[in-house]
Design a binder for this molecule. Sequence first.
Ligand code: PLP
Length: 428
Amino acid sequence: MAGSVSRRDFARLFAVGGSAALFADPVWARQNAPAPAFSPTISGTGEAYWKSVRAQFVMPPELGVLNAANLCPASRPVLEALKRESDSVDRDPSAQNRSRLNGEKENLRKTLAAFLRVTPEEIVITRNTSEANNMVSSGLDLKPGDEVIVFHDNHPSNLTAWNEKAKRFGFSVVEIPQINPHPGMEYYVNAYRKSITSKTKLLSFTHLTSSVGDLFPAKELCAVAREYGVMSLVDGAQSFGLLDVNLAEIGPDFYSGSAHKWPCGARECGVLYINTRAQKNIWPSIYSAYPGAVGISRTFESFGQRDEATMIAFREALEFQTKVGRAAIEKRSRELANQAVAGLSKLPDVKVWTSPNPSLNAAVVSFLPGTLNSQRLGQALYEKDRIGTAGRGGQDRGGLRASPHFYNTPEEIDRLVSAVGRYLKSGV
Ligand SMILES: Cc1ncc(COP(=O)(O)O)c(C=O)c1O
């Protein structure tokens, strides 16, 4: 919990002097005065604590962006690292200067392993979740007669990808239908269990759906997979950096995630966890130079030249979250989301798609704003109320999505709810 975070560490991390390079940038300097150093006198996880955390982001204070499920802002320490290390390579692209960064990929691997509570030998550093998911669907030896079970309400990288590769390799895909509202954890455990046959080779699901924030029983589903000798792929795009994920406890064969979502890291970096027991089952999709140094990365991660600055920034992001307090981050984000669920549910004509049960949802809230045009509402919220949401077009539980993270505030949620209420009366 953040209450147990070392305030001295936090203060040291955010010492204003260390941020000098960042604030030298004229755009950032114009928009954001340097944040006051984190005050070690703030205790607990009250609003004063969260305010000091928010000050580590360069978003203007009046802008409440509730769009973490799509993209999160990087914090000042992350931006600072990115700028410092990118500048260094561009100022001096010599082999000598670059070799200084040789160990950074392995440093990130170690930090990722500690963050997910697994070993560095099981970590592959990818570009994002899409790439990680596709490395699994392309890398397994699946053939005619084999079956893969996937959840219908999943991102294309873990649904379209399986269906397209099934056409090429001849295996079959069985889809578990999505039920709204969330029918309960037991329902999905049983649905997967009943769908497993002697042909099943892998089951996959998204840990938390990006559509409406349905939380999946990851540990139980991975246990079912192991019980039947089936592999498991957990799409962690929406849980990595939000939930206090412990892969040692969940026990999947594969888990994927992106730095630029809930971890608030640099863009275009991600992770694929490959459990030691599953490593013999998967082929690399790319053969090139510059492999990783340990475990599966030695054969699986020859991805050619990478951007060390991004990797250093990603590590900073994970360390930042650890210092803020991962359990506290999860609690804060989920409380803000449930504040939105409660407020929006009280508005006449609003249909909240997200489960009102706090144990079945997590930080992603979707709702249909009565008969209001969602696109126009989203635009008005952004322009007039300074609240950022995401539009959810299409037939499937359409409307708007609000996904708050630990840098958001209860006031921003109140602003969202009261503005939607106002537009329901006035129109947009
Ligand atoms: C559940 C899920 N999986 C995968 C992805 C793909 O993430 P990325 O675009 O970072 O590869 C997303 C993106 O929103 C997602 O929500």
